[in-house]
Design a protein around this ligand. Structure first.
Ligand SMILES: OC[C@H]1O[C@H](O[C@H]2O[C@H](CO)[C@@H](O)[C@H](O)[C@H]2O)[C@H](O)[C@@H](O)[C@@H]1O
Length: 566
């Protein structure tokens, strides 16, 4: 249940309270940092622990641990013993699962991949779906209060390494890979879980943990259903999904998300922003967030900063200079006062997908009203974000802090003219391809932007040390831009798309041969190198990278006589 207080509805302090277990585990996390020190410390590990006994017994034992007089530190021996006695291992509640629709070499698998070396590697990556498939244990269903893992009805595919639960936007690219792997039932099971989350919470959560209930992630459920339907023609899936999609659409257009911008002609445009329903440190990174917020003196400044941190996590771009007013100062993070291009593209896609699905189900009224909504959002995207001179769509910064006003007047200087891969995400949507001259303008701007590097598309041009900035390249961003170029129908765009896909496949391959793993992100300056930066060590596994690789190989294939590598 959301708690809302305050005067103006735009400025309401909307917070979804967390569970007593999460609050307790944050205390354990803080103690662990004091005891074990910051080296190799992963704060998330502690909020993922599940209890062996009830919370009050565990808390009593924790409070009884001997602490040093000076700073209250627990000894390494005592804390290790306490953890071993009172907690099951992180990940014990999500069991390995053998997907029934997995075949070692499915019929019709990547028909255009002719090179035997690439084919053998693609089959290894395909086999990773087995490693990454999980099902919630019966223990979680029977005693949910002992776990921060949330019960889900069906199996899931997780990203990998520290990310041992299902994630929302990752799953779109996981599903694209599963479709290339002909694992339609596994793909549908993921969607069924997300429909369950919408039914339960009103939106799809960032991930399936009690500490993620205060926010969503880039909304791609409709895109998942659309892709699965295109392959399977499963009308029942569409019938089950449509009510959840309508609910999700309402969530992203609710008071806290919707912002109205008035253009120079006096026309109002509604757009959406990220807005986490939270104003405290993120439990999975509580110790880090407290440290970052320590420079703020007042409670209300701290609360706003925490909301902006959680909202950046909601954007999937955690963290990036995109959300900072001063790109060299993390504490200027102001996610909630930015209207993001990509979020509005995803919502526009949701509107088009809903119209498509309503048509499949013969619901003409819904179809028409969502086509109208999509047209209005396209107009808004072009009025507020588009910059013809630069050939890009720029994020729009709301004036000074979180918007509390009903609407704001558009000003050119509020477009954030820094170059980000997200400035080109509208290309992903067919609606933006109707004007060939515009597509050519965007393509030229993209090619000269500095984003296209030897091993793929960089996230930005700013090397901030944050993981959603230069020199990192992320699979989802490669995929949306490549697919957008491809769909534009221009011949040169197709060859640029293929060129980028080949660079990406090469870097994935060399990285895999060197380390035996697929990586969460890559360094686009050096072929075969994984990415870095950010608040946790680089992860492997990795759901969306595997998905994008298989989707690229399915689309472009690999000729027998083309060698692979850098
Ligand atoms: O623990 C820190 C943050 O980790 C997640 O974000 C990153 O991993 C996700 C899973 O691959 C991915 O969806 C996201 O784009 C990454 O930045 C998590 O989603 C955050 O909420 C969390 O605070």
């Amino acid at each position: 249940m959301a708690l809302a207080t305050g005067l103006s509805h735009k400025c309401r302090v909307t917070v979804i309270p967390t569970t007593p277990l999460v609050t307790f585990l944050e205390r354990v996390q803080e103690t662990a940092l004091g005891t074990f020190g910051g080296k190799n410390f992963d704060a998330k590990l502690y909020v993922d622990l599940s209890l062996k006994f009830n919370l009050s017994k565990t808390e009593k034992a924790f409070d009884g641990l001997p602490r040093s007089d000076e700073n209250g530190t627990v000894s390494v021996k005592d804390l290790k013993e306490f953890i071993a006695t009172y907690f099951a291992d992180a990940g014990d509640d999500l069991l390995h699962y053998d997907p029934e629709d997995f075949a070692p070499e499915p019929e019709g698998f990547l028909p255009k991949v002719k090179n035997p070396e690439v084919r053998a590697w693609a089959l290894e990556v395909h086999a990773l779906w087995k490693n990454l498939s999980r099902k919630v244990s019966d223990g979680v269903l029977e005693q949910p209060e002992l776990h921060t893992l949330l019960p889900l009805p069906e199996a899931v595919v997780v990203p990998g390494s520290r990310f041992i639960e299902v994630y929302y936007w990752d799953s779109y690219w996981i599903i694209r890979g599963l479709l290339a792997s002909k694992m339609y039932e596994t793909a549908k099971a993921i969607v069924t879980n997300f429909i369950f989350l919408v039914d339960t919470y009103g939106y799809v959560l960032n991930g399936s943990r009690a500490y993620y209930t205060n926010r969503s992630q880039p909304p791609l459920l409709s895109a998942m259903v659309y892709e699965i339907y295109n392959r399977t023609c499963d009308v029942d899936l569409v019938r089950k999904a449509l009510p959840a999609l309508l609910k999700e659409h309402a969530f992203w257009n609710s008071e806290i998300h919707k912002v109205t911008i008035q253009d120079a002609q006096g026309c109002n445009h509604n757009l959406s922003r990220y807005y986490a329903m939270w104003n405290k440190p993120r439990p999975e990174s509580s110790t880090k967030d407290k440290e970052s917020a320590s420079k703020f003196l007042s409670n209300s400044e701290k609360q706003q900063f925490y909301r902006d941190i959680a909202s950046a996590a909601e954007s999937g771009w955690d963290f990036s200079t995109r959300w900072m007013r001063n790109t060299s100062e993390f504490t200027t993070l102001s996610t909630t006062s930015i209207l993001p291009v990509d979020l509005n593209v995803y919502i526009l896609k949701m509107e088009l997908d809903i119209a498509f699905m309503a048509n499949v189900l013969g619901n003409k009224a819904t179809m028409e009203s969502f086509l109208e909504a999509a047209e209005a959002r396209k107009k808004a995207i072009n009025s507020v974000f588009w910059n013809g001179e630069m050939g890009q769509w720029f994020d729009y910064r709301l004036a000074n802090g979180t918007i509390c006003k009903e609407s704001e007047t558009w000003q050119a200087c509020n477009q954030n003219q820094n170059v980000y891969a997200s400035n080109f995400i509208p290309l992903w949507i067919d609606l933006f391809h109707s004007d060939a001259a515009l597509v050519e303008n965007v393509m030229g701007s993209f090619q000269s932007s500095g984003l296209v590097n030897v091993a793929g598309i960089a996230t930005s041009l700013i090397n901030s040390g944050q993981q959603w900035d230069f020199p990192n390249g992320w699979a989802p961003l490669q995929h949306m831009i490549v697919e957008g170029l491809l769909r534009s129908g221009l011949k040169e765009a197709r060859s640029l798309a293929e060129d980028i896909a080949v660079r990406w496949i090469n870097t994935n391959y060399v990285g895999y041969k060197k380390t035996g793993a697929m990586h969460e992100k890559y360094d686009v300056q050096k072929c075969g190198e994984s990415g870095g930066g950010g608040e946790y060590i680089p992860q492997t596994g990795f759901g969306w990278s595997n998905g994008v690789l298989l989707a690229f190989l399915e689309e472009f294939g690999w000729p027998e006589d083309r060698s692979i590598g850098c």
